[in-house]
Design a protein around this ligand. Structure first.
Ligand code: KG4
Ligand code: ZN
Length: 337
């Protein structure tokens, strides 16, 4: 059975995973190690690239050793090595790429350069034997992407954000209201018990016929609301719940319309924002009501991880693909052009 070791280092998580599986069979995650840099960047309210790359290079080697140990494998038993090639921070991508290429070269095994977004897109399907045709919504800190997926590597873009990504909107609004980085989980926590209709925030581009998104108007609307509040603490839960509801509403309505227009009644969510419990519940009940199938990444696979990169690499390795050792990193690598 082919075994792939992958490194994810596109932003502020250093991750190593080992995934194995035969073509047409369910893949197994043999190890999935993540070393989060959140405490390192928290004092700055966002990711500092120089600190991120330095931390990746320090943590990567022990993390590879831990992954091999937890999988009960020796390096010589790995059949292919992979790394995220983009999109992401150049200085961070380089660390994981160089390490994976060095291992591939030393062990005389193939190397695979993986698109981070493809990793997210495939993450809800790690435990199925075949990728179903579906509408994919990738919602992360850097991207908001709606796609039609007909098969592996057969993707058509339906829409994307014209300004902020959904996760970026969560992070920026969190910063505005004094919640720590990363904003998404903190906004969600503070929204609990809040009234999602307390503030009527705008739903950007909701009634446009296309599938693009815009969250900058929503962000500005929250900014203009803040000085009007008598006491932010008293309104915090309502504010967070109303902001969250506006983001979820647009994502849901556009995704459901995409399913209907494309005639594919199967929706899959991935990326860090798909961790959000309110979003998961809202999508689940809407899909149940319409008789649509919904696939969600398991929580451990929503935010950045290497198992999704190893799985994407495994599928490509199973079909005989690999990449040259001099293949470049691409900080702006698109999933579909
Ligand atoms: O996929 P991811 O880990 O990294 C990127 O590829 O960007 O996504 C990170 C994003 C951040 O913006 C973070 O605030 C958001 O996902 N996020 C959430 C939640 N957990 C993480 N947003 C809303 N609710 C959450 N529970
Ligand atoms: Zn990501």
């Amino acid at each position: 059975m082919p075994i792939v070791l992958a490194i994810e280092s596109s932003c502020d998580e250093t991750a190593v995973a080992i995934v194995a599986g035969e073509r047409g069979q369910r893949a197994s995650i043999l190890a999935s190690e993540i070393s989060s840099q959140i405490p390192l960047h928290q004092p700055y309210g966002g990711v500092v690239p120089e600190l991120a790359s330095r931390s990746h290079s320090l943590i990567l080697r022990p993390l590879v050793e831990t992954a091999l140990q937890n999988a009960g494998l020796k390096m010589a038993q790995i059949d292919a090595f992979a790394a995220t090639a983009g999109p992401g921070l150049a200085s961070s991508l380089l660390i994981g790429n160089t390490a994976a290429k060095a291992m591939a070269s030393a062990m005389r095994k193939p190397f695979l350069a993986i698109n981070h977004l493809e990793g997210h897109l495939l993450s809800p399907f790690i435990d199925v034997t075949e990728l179903p045709p579906h509408i994919a919504l990738i919602i992360s800190g850097g991207h908001t992407l709606l796609l039609r997926v007909d098969a592996a590597a057969c993707y058509r873009k339906l829409g994307s954000t014209l300004d902020d990504a959904a996760g970026e909107a969560f992070d920026k609004v969190a910063k505005m209201i004094g919640l720590p980085y990363p904003g998404g989980p903190n906004v969600e926590r503070n929204a609990i018990g809040g009234n999602p209709s307390a503030f009527s925030f705008p739903r950007g581009l909701l009634h446009e016929p296309h599938f693009d998104f815009s969250f900058s108007g929503l962000k500005t609307s929250v900014l203009y609301t803040l000085p009007k509040l008598e006491n932010l603490d008293d309104s915090l839960a309502d504010l967070c719940a109303s902001f969250q509801a506006a983001v979820i509403d647009v994502l849901l309505q556009k995704s459901l319309r995409a399913c209907k227009e494309q005639g594919i009644f199967y929706l899959a969510l991935s990326g860090g924002v798909s961790m959000n419990q309110a979003l998961r519940r809202t999508f689940q009940s809407a899909c149940d009501a319409k008789g649509f199938t919904l696939s969600l990444s398991s929580p451990a696979l929503c935010t950045d991880n290497a198992a999704m990169i190893a799985f994407a690499a495994l599928l490509r390795h199973q079909s005989g693909q690999n990449d040259p050792l001099d293949s470049p990193i691409h900080p702006n690598l698109p999933l579909v052009s």
